[in-house]
Design a protein around this ligand. Structure first.
Ligand SMILES: [Zn+2]
Length: 167
C-alpha cells in the first residue's frame, strides 16, 4: 500500500467521532516504515494501546482514498479456531476474533454494524505472504502468493464498500 502519515491516518476515518479519532493511538514508529514495509502491507491494522477492545484498520481502495475504520472486539471468542475472513489462511496460524464496525451515515446512526472475523493482531498481510509447503513439483509458488495477495486486497476493498453502503 502507499505510505500513510499520522495525519493522513487520522483524517481517513469514516465511522468514528471526532473525539474517538482524537483519542486513538496510532502505530508506533510510523515514520521509520520504509518502502519495503509499506509494500508488504495490503492494509494497516493495529490495536489501540490504551483501550483493550478497540482497534483500527486503514483500508486502501481499488479506486479512491484509503478508508479508516474503527473496530470493536466482541466479548467472548469464536467457539473453535476460526478462519479469518480476509486472509483465509487455512493453517490457522494465529487467533482470529470477532470484530464489529459501525456503519457510516444514516445506517450507523440507527446502530447498524458489520461483523467480521479477522486475525487478532491483523497478521493477514504476513499470512498471505507466507508460502505453504509446495504441494507438488512445478507448483508456481510466486503466482499462488500473488493470487492470495490480490484476493486479500479485494476482500478489504469489498469490506470498505459494504461499510460505506456503496452496495
Ligand atoms: Zn487474517
Amino acid at each position: 500500500m502507499l505510505p500513510l502519515t499520522e495525519s493522513s491516518i487520522r483524517s481517513s476515518f469514516v465511522n468514528a467521532s471526532r473525539k474517538e479519532v482524537k483519542d486513538m493511538s496510532v502505530p508506533d514508529g510510523l515514520d521509520e516504515y520504509g518502502d519495503a514495509a509499506w509494500d508488504a502491507l495490503d492494509f494497516l491494522g493495529w490495536r489501540d494501546a490504551k483501550f483493550a477492545r478497540r482497534a483500527y484498520v486503514v483500508l486502501p481502495r481499488i479506486e479512491g482514498e484509503p478508508v479508516g475504520v474503527a473496530l470493536r472486539q466482541a466479548e467472548g471468542s469464536p467457539r473453535s479456531r476460526a478462519m479469518c475472513n480476509w486472509c483465509r489462511d487455512v493453517r490457522l496460524p494465529n487467533e482470529v476474533v470477532f470484530w464489529s464496525a459501525k456503519r457510516t451515515g444514516a445506517a450507523g446512526r440507527r446502530g447498524g454494524t458489520i461483523g467480521i472475523l479477522i486475525c487478532q493482531d491483523f497478521q493477514c498481510c504476513r499470512n498471505v505472504r507466507n508460502d505453504p509447503p509446495k504441494p507438488y513439483d512445478g507448483y508456481d509458488m510466486a503466482a499462488a502468493r500473488e493470487r492470495r495477495i490480490d484476493d486479500l486486497r479485494m476482500r478489504v476493498d469489498d469490506f470498505a464498500a459494504d461499510l460505506l453502503g456503496e452496495r
